[in-house]
Design a protein around this ligand. Structure first.
Ligand code: NAD
Length: 549
């Protein structure tokens, strides 16, 4: 236990330079009680995704970053600083590797064994790479996804539709607001009342019903009146989903964001929430079997809704894979959200671009919002998002913003932000990073690379090249992770963050990183045979040797 953590604000350095300061403030921001799900356990989001391995490691990270020089690089092995090397000023100040295991050893039991020995930690995506910004980070992607569902099935609006989902945690908590932002009605199930209450407090969820009957009445009325509304209900999804199917509630869209990627974080039917953690620790194999059996029931109900004509998709938590392990054969009857809705965006190098104001001043984010609108006036959905985000998103920790930008756009935004720091338009530097769920930074056959055109779903050379090129291009910190949102054995992914400190050097680095990072996505999709990616490469000058000559 320690005092609540809160990053420094303002324009005074607490370290030797802004590159280090950015890393230190973002590490601390990840663990701010406003941001992290369980800061006392160093858990940021996504089941057990941590920012540091243990408290001694956390204090060593802070101490080392505080004293780190501008030609030094700190090496972090699964949340523990293990070395400081002399490098140079173009090199990242921090290099991180989280949760990586050799192929045949990449199983949850082996990972848990090593974790218990204190040798590793689960880094999720932006937890162990220090660029989590609270639920807003997923809100934009979730908003885009539901907008794509609306475009595909419901005349570009969710008005008059009812979405059923479960899991109202750090990521899943974005779902109710994303649905109502698209005009729809959302019913969200969670076993933990405190998770639902927290989202009401953060204005992501409108209300919590007293019972399932009460919830059904509220969502039916809103759907009838074509009124946007989100309602939470306490319950186990493996019981509530089948119940709703049996009762014939008119549900149009079904998905799920419980922590299914980690069977020890999914509550099996018949287990009390209060006893779950001790039970999972004492009997992990038994708990896993029961969780998978419940997930099989949960997914069977999802397939029931599919058979009844609903739009059903896996929202990137591996629930289909776990349900299959639990013995349910039709788990993969519905698609993952990436092949269903997101891949065309990835072909354009488009993905989640995010930034945070190290000043702590919301006015800095308002100024960058205006800059984005000014830079990309032709992009209407971007303008709608920036406006809605300004009105509806409550900041958690350091003020931050996210929007999806593509090849040829991210570098322009980054350079503009750096210029704004230099001119004093922003009161302190900003950090610019992204989720690992991006166009060229992840290999994940159940999610980002599911159903690739050339069958290259499991090829993991791409995220490694992505981390190498970002390191070579001048990012401030770069990370390579395993597991992420889909679990051990199922993904390899990489992240980068740049600090825009207003210097000419930072401007050059940002221009290169934010050109090369999305370009990895463009070349990855050209290589897989996507014609639209090839057009983007031609238009933006991304070189692909096998298409030249
Ligand atoms: P979290 O641990 O913060 O929240 C999970 C929630 O599920 C908790 O509130 C928990 O009470 C609830 N829950 C567990 N078992 C349940 C059950 N049987 N019935 C009902 N509720 C139950 O996790 P999170 O950060 O919200 O992430 C959720 C999942 O989404 C994870 O698997 C994560 O890896 C995945 N994820 C997906 C994306 C994406 O791109 N779509 C991105 C990041 C994470």
């Amino acid at each position: 236990m320690t005092q609540p953590i809160r990053a420094a604000r303002g324009s005074q350095l607490t370290t030797r330079g802004w590159q280090q300061e950015g890393a230190l403030r973002m590490l601390m921001n990840n663990l701010d009680p406003e941001v992290a799900e369980r800061p006392d356990d160093l858990v940021v989001y996504g089941g057990t995704g941590k920012a540091a391995r243990d408290w001694p490691s956390y204090h060593a990270l802070v101490r080392t970053l505080t004293d780190l020089r501008e030609d030094e690089t700190m090496l972090v092995q699964s949340g523990r600083p293990v070395g400081v090397m002399r490098t140079h000023e173009w090199a990242p100040r921090v290099l991180l590797a989280n949760s990586n295991l050799v192929g045949d050893w990449a199983t949850w039991p082996e990972f848990r064994r090593l974790e218990q020995l204190g040798l590793t930690m689960y880094g999720q995506m932006t937890a162990g790479s220090w660029i989590y910004i609270g639920t807003q980070g997923i809100l934009q992607g979730t908003y885009e996804t539901f907008a794509a569902v609306a475009a595909k099935r419901f005349e570009s609006t969710l008005a008059g539709t009812l979405t059923l989902t479960a899991g109202c945690g750090g990521m899943g908590g974005a779902q109710p607001l994303a649905v109502t932002m698209n005009g729809g009605v959302c019913l969200i199930v969670d076993v933990d009342r405190t998770r639902l209450d927290r989202r009401v407090h953060d204005r992501y969820l409108d209300e919590v019903a007293d019972s399932l009957d009460d919830a059904i009445a509220r969502v039916r009325a809103a759907k009838r009146e074509r009124r946007a509304l989100s309602v939470g209900v306490v319950g186990n999804a493996a019981e509530v989903f089948p119940e709703l199917l049996t009762r014939g509630v008119e549900i149009d869209i079904v998905t799920d964001q419980t922590s299914a990627h980690d069977p020890l974080a999914y509550l099996p039917v018949g287990v009390e929430l209060a006893e779950a953690r001790d039970y999972a620790a004492a009997k992990p194999a038994e708990f896993t079997d029961r969780a998978r059996a419940s997930m099989a029931t949960h997914v069977e109900a999802m397939v029931g809704f599919l058979d009844a004509g609903a739009e059903v998709f896996d929202y990137g938590n591996s629930i289909r894979g776990e349900a299959q392990l639990g013995g349910y054969q039709r788990a993969f009857d519905f698609p993952g959200f990436v092949p269903a809705y997101i891949r065309p965006l990835f072909c354009e190098g488009r993905g989640p671009f995010r930034w945070a104001a190290l000043s702590g001043d919301p006015a800095d984010i308002a100024a960058t919002d205006r800059a984005i609108l000014d830079l990309f006036p032709e992009n209407e959905s971007l303008a709608r998002w920036i406006k809605l985000a300004g009105e509806r998103v409550a900041f958690q920790g350091l003020p931050a913003r996210i929007c999806w930008l593509g090849q040829g756009e991210r570098d322009r935004a980054g350079v503009r932000f750096n210029d704004m720091v230099a001119s004093g338009e922003l009161s302190a530097p900003v950090v610019i990073g992204r989720d690992h769920l991006d166009t060229g930074s992840v290999a994940s056959p159940y999610r980002e690379t599911e159903g690739m055109a050339d069958g290259s779903d499991a090829i993991a050379d791409w995220p490694l090249l992505n981390a190498l090129v970002n390191t070579a291009s001048g990012a401030s910190w770069v990370s390579i992770h395993h597991g992420g949102g889909v679990g051990i054995g199922r993904s390899i992914h990489a992240g980068q963050v740049c600090v825009a400190d207003g210097t000419a050097l930072a401007g050059q680095k940002i221009e290169r990183v934010l050109t090369n990072d999305p370009a990895m996505g463009v070349i990855r999709h050209v290589d897989a045979g996507y014609e639209s990616a090839r057009e983007v490469a031609d238009r933006t000058g991304v070189r692909v040797p096998m298409t030249e000559g």
